[in-house]
Each structure stands twice: as structure tokens, then as C-alpha cells.
Design a protein around this ligand. Structure first.
Ligand SMILES: [Zn+2]
Length: 479
């Protein structure tokens, strides 16, 4: 049993169980033994193996990222930032998914880079939605994150043969087989001796799965007492396709199948019936989500790049939706995503109070933990897991240090994240990841991106190159 004591710490964000909210403790102590917090308060006078001087530090709970695709998305750095398809109401998702493909052997390097970057921005718990690939379990073991692995399966895949339509290749047998494989992996991870690996059942997109497999997979999650997640209401295209198939919005469809409620996490439930991009006559979706306390993984970054956003964070929260935040894609910087969540809510609602700094911090910690049905994550409290982020309050971008969370979220972001502990083990020290070789993995990702781009011309329906689809920000000079 090893005990670590942060002594006389300038600031600690402590959890008030009664008020169900965070507050600041000045000049306090925090102690953890092995993987559990054993003391938060003033003047600890017990023993400790390690005593850390807390002057100049702020301790916050580690962030709970409830939606990301870390293995694959890093390969799109430099490709997706300006990529939008007007014929798909601006989302570039379908065009990229159909035209680009990453070698399965390269994916573990992507995970290695992204896990390191996520931890360096304060993430300690990660929902990793991916189609299983060689080396995934190994990098989860080595990385040190508290993992909620979501091995994906689908009974259909997207394809395109023209610019405006999205079409589907159905292969139900493959989807069922992949579903069984996913359950096997989830059960294996949950039995892993490290105790840090968990699972989520994840049919990847609602439009790519049959009613039967959605219902059966949800039942499999319930049976295990674990969450269930899928992408739903993530684009106007998907919304319209679900309407055409079922005469219902994606959220109405899920509700009618009994798939909303506690334990369901929807990425991204953003293009719902009353969103201004949709303009559908029914106005039921938000109420269906809120009344059932469904969780929504709000990932502002990819959508804002297309010119779309949730309308709005504050309204969802007030309706009763369990709001959590995900990074989804590059740069895998959780703190920037909290900033965007706050700012975009204010812009979308024309209301500077729609999402305060405390609201997005709550979503990034306890909100995510609630979505995962875990009351021992996302908070600094006795009995909670020792998932702790140490901020450097003396960093110039944090100063003047009047309000640490305001400085962190609106100015400093990951630059203030000095150290990270997950399950009581230090994974980031002086801003660098201790568990993974980020530099080496980045080089492998760069090589993988070259291979990925080389095959675009043969995969794209219009036989375009990657440069045609996603031109550089500036043309290459010819003289
Ligand atoms: Zn996603």
C-alpha cells in the first residue's frame, strides 16, 4: 500500500456530495493510497510514503472523455480541418469514410499518439469507439488510461456512387459475427486483472444497423450492467434517411425501440428535430432525451468545423439530458473541447449564460462519469478513484491566477497540465507521457497517412486524389 500526500495545496477542486457540485478548497490536502482517494480537506496528519508540496499547484479530477476514435482520427490531421461536403449539408464524414482507409496494422500507432495527447490534456477516462484492430489491447494495457473500450460492429456500411446520395451495403451476417466478437472482447477486458479496462456495447451508427441488432446489443449491455453507445442524429443526411425509412426522427426511432434512458450514450444527438439545420415539424426529441436521462456525448470540434453546432448545451442540460463531452477527433485536446462547448452554446443561444465555465467542467468530469454510470470517477472525494490532474498555477498562461478553471479552460489548456495520475499511477510527468512513446508513434502515423492517401484515388467513386478532395490550405508555389 503506497500513500501519496499533496500537502498545503494552493487550490483543490473538491466534490460536494450534498450539493452535487464541485467547489474550490484553498490550502488543502489530498491523500491517495494505491488507486483510491483517502483524504480531501485541511491538515492531514497521517503517514505517507510520498509528500508533495502543493504550493503553486491546483488539483482537479481527471476528465472523462465519453466519445473518441483515437486510433484512426489522428491520421486525418491536415486532411479534415477544411473538409466539408455541401451536398451532405456540410458534413465530410461520409466522403472521408468512403474514400480513405487506414491499414489495420497502423492503427495501434494512432492510438498510442492519441492516448498520449489525451492524457497530456488531462483525460484519465476514455471511451474508445473503434473497430477492433491488432495491438489494441496491448496499447490499452500499456497506456495507463482508464478505458471504456467500445469495439464497434455494423450490419451495413456506407458507400457512394454520386455526390449527393449516401447508400448502404448490408451484410447482416458480418454484423452479427462482429457483435459476438465485440462482446467477447468486452468480457475479456472486464475480467482483466489491472481493473482499469471496461467495456461499452457499441453498434457504431444507427443508420448502419438493423432494429434487431440494436435491440439485442442494448439487451446485452443491460445484462452486463454496462453502457451502450451509438452515433445518432449526427448529421442532416442521417436524420433524413431515418425519416425516410421509419417515418420517425432518429431519436423517436430509438425511443420507440426502448433504447433511450440511463446507460445510453448518444454521439452526438445534435441534429435533432428542432435544430435550425433540420426544421422538422415535430419538436419531441429533446424532451425524449431529457425525460429519459439519456446521455449525450457533445463533441463540438468536428461539427463546428463544418459550420454546425448543438443548439444548445444549456437547453439540453436544462431538459434533463446527461451532458458529457468527447473529443471525437484531432487535436484530442479535451480542455479546448470544454472551451468550445461553452463558447458555442453562448453563440448558438445568443445568451452569455447558456454554459458557464463550471457547467462545461461539470460535464467534462461528473457528467461523463454519470453517463458511464460511475460515481467513483470525475470527482476528488474520499472513496473516488485516484484519477488526478495536477495543474501548474505558476505557468504564465495561467496567470494572474484569480480563478484556476477560468484560466485553464479559456487560456492555458494543456499547457497547464503538469502531472497526471490514473488509478494512482503517474502517467504524465512535467507535461510528458511516461507510458507511451509518442515521438516514435507519430513517425509511424505519418508513414501510415502517406499510404492512406495513396489509395484514395482507387477508392473514391469519382476517382479523385486526396489532394482533390482535401487541398492544402495554400497552393504550392511554382517559382
Ligand atoms: Zn464519433
Amino acid at each position: 500500500m503506497a500513500t501519496t500526500h499533496f500537502k498545503n495545496t494552493d487550490w483543490i477542486v473538491v466534490w460536494d456530495e450534498e450539493a452535487q457540485s464541485h467547489s474550490y478548497l484553498r490550502n488543502g490536502d489530498l491523500v491517495f493510497t494505491d488507486n483510491e482517494i483517502t483524504f480531501v480537506g485541511k491538515d492531514y496528519n497521517g503517514d505517507a510514503d510520498t509528500v508533495i508540496d502543493g504550493s503553486g499547484l491546483c488539483l482537479i479530477p481527471g476528465f472523462v472523455d465519453i466519445h473518441a476514435h483515437p486510433a484512426s482520427e489522428v491520421f486525418y490531421r491536415g486532411i479534415r480541418e477544411d473538409h466539408s461536403v455541401p451536398e451532405h449539408y456540410m458534413t465530410g464524414l461520409y466522403e472521408r469514410s468512403c474514400a480513405y482507409s487506414i491499414d489495420r496494422e497502423d492503427l495501434k500507432h494512432g492510438a498510442e499518439v492519441s492516448y498520449a495527447d489525451l492524457m497530456r490534456s488531462g483525460v484519465t477516462t476514455l471511451v474508445d469507439i473503434t473497430f477492433p484492430y491488432p495491438g489494441w489491447v496491448d496499447v490499452m494495457e500499456r497506456g495507463g488510461l482508464r478505458m471504456f473500450a467500445a469495439p464497434g460492429f455494423n450490419t451495413a456500411t456506407w458507400y457512394r456512387d454520386n455526390v449527393h446520395q449516401l447508400k448502404y451495403n448490408e451484410d447482416i451476417a458480418k454484423g452479427e459475427k462482429d457483435f459476438e466478437t465485440a462482446l467477447g472482447l468486452i468480457d475479456e477486458l472486464r475480467a482483466h486483472p489491472c481493473g482499469r479496462l471496461n467495456g461499452i456495447v457499441s453498434p457504431v451508427q444507427i443508420d448502419n444497423n438493423t432494429d434487431e441488432i440494436l435491440v439485442a446489443s442494448h439487451a446485452a449491455a443491460k445484462e452486463r450492467g454496462i453502457p451502450w453507445t451509438t452515433h445518432a442524429s449526427q448529421s442532416v443526411v442521417e436524420f433524413n434517411i431515418m425519416l425516410e425509412r421509419h417515418g420517425k426522427t432518429p431519436i423517436q426511432y430509438l425511443a420507440d425501440l426502448g433504447l433511450v434512458g440511463v446507460g445510453t450514450i448518444l454521439g452526438h444527438a445534435m441534429l435533432i428535430d428542432d435544430n435550425s439545420w433540420i426544421g422538422w415539424h415535430s419538436k419531441t426529441d429533446l424532451k425524449l432525451l431529457g425525460d429519459s436521462h439519456t446521455a449525450v456525448a457533445h463533441c463540438p470540434t468536428p461539427f463546428m468545423r463544418y459550420g454546425t453546432t448543438m443548439e444548445d448545451f444549456g437547453r439540453y442540460r436544462d431538459a434533463g439530458v446527461v451532458m458529457g463531452i468527447g473529443t471525437d477527433t484531432i487535436p484530442h485536446n479535451y480542455i479546448e473541447d470544454m472551451r468550445y462547448a461553452a463558447v458555442l452554446a453562448r453563440v448558438a443561444s445568443h445568451n452569455g449564460h447558456a454554459a458557464r465555465t463550471a457547467d462545461v467542467f461539470h460535464a467534462g468530469t461528473v457528467g461523463g462519469a454519470n453517463a458511464l454510470m460511475r460515481d467513483d470517477l470525475g470527482r476528488l472525494a474520499v472513496g473516488a478513484k485516484a484519477d488526478i490532474v495536477v495543474l501548474d498555477c505558476t505557468h504564465p498562461v495561467m496567470m494572474p491566477l484569480r480563478d484556476p478553471l477560468a484560466s485553464l479552460i479559456h487560456s492555458a489548456a494543456e499547457r497547464a497540465v503538469k502531472d497526471v495520475y490514473i488509478d494512482g499511477r503517474q502517467t504524465v510527468k512535467d507535461h510528458e507521457c511516461l507510458t507511451l512513446d509518442r515521438e516514435q508513434a507519430v513517425a509511424r502515423v505519418a508513414e501510415g497517412q502517406v499510404r492512406m492517401e495513396a489509395s484514395v484515388e482507387t477508392r473514391d467513386y469519382a476517382k479523385r486524389t486526396s489532394l482533390d478532395i482535401a487541398p492544402l490550405s495554400l497552393p504550392l508555389a511554382t517559382h
